[in-house]
Write a protein of this length. Structure first.
Length: 159
């Protein structure tokens, strides 16, 4: 099962859903596709199961159960996918399409991609190539820097 997550941003991200629908119609995607669509939940598809939002425990179970996570480039979704050792394709929401207020998701995508944790693409037209590539992709093991961040914060507080 492929899980697609669009986050909770109050703007639509139908460009990604349209491309996934197209790839299902062409036979590139053959797995069941479940979509957490947030504000794009009014998108209609005969090929995908779409819902808006669910409780965190249900969401985490879907991530644990999926074979592939396709997500907008939200850090929370990427980190959750990495926590469960999932193969991830991240697609940034872009300002030019009014999907976000700026293009910070491009930076997030490019950073995680360049480190080898995910396959990051900058345009939905690259999704077919990413799906074909993901089968052989071996993501780098993610190690959180939380301890280092907490240490810096503690040091600042102590000063």
């Amino acid at each position: 099962m492929i899980l697609v997550t669009l986050g909770t941003q109050d703007k639509k991200f139908t460009r990604l859903l349209e491309e996934i629908d197209r790839l299902i119609e062409k036979g590139v995607i053959t797995d069941q596709v479940i979509v957490q669509a947030g504000y794009s939940s009014n998108y209609k598809s005969k090929n995908m199961q779409i819902f808006d939002l669910i409780r965190k425990d249900e969401f985490d179970k879907l991530i644990k159960d999926c074979s592939l996570l396709i997500t907008h480039a939200g850090v929370g979704n990427i980190l959750t996918g990495l926590k469960y050792k999932k193969k991830i394709i991240a697609v940034p929401r872009l300002k030019e399409y009014k999907e976000h207020v700026n293009n910070h998701q491009l930076e997030i995508t490019n950073t995680f991609n360049s480190e080898g944790y995910i396959i990051g693409i900058n345009d939905v037209k690259e999704l077919k190539g990413a799906i074909l590539k993901i089968k052989k992709f071996k993501p780098k093991k993610f190690i959180s820097n939380n301890d280092k961040a907490l240490s810096i914060i503690k040091e600042l507080i102590d000063k």
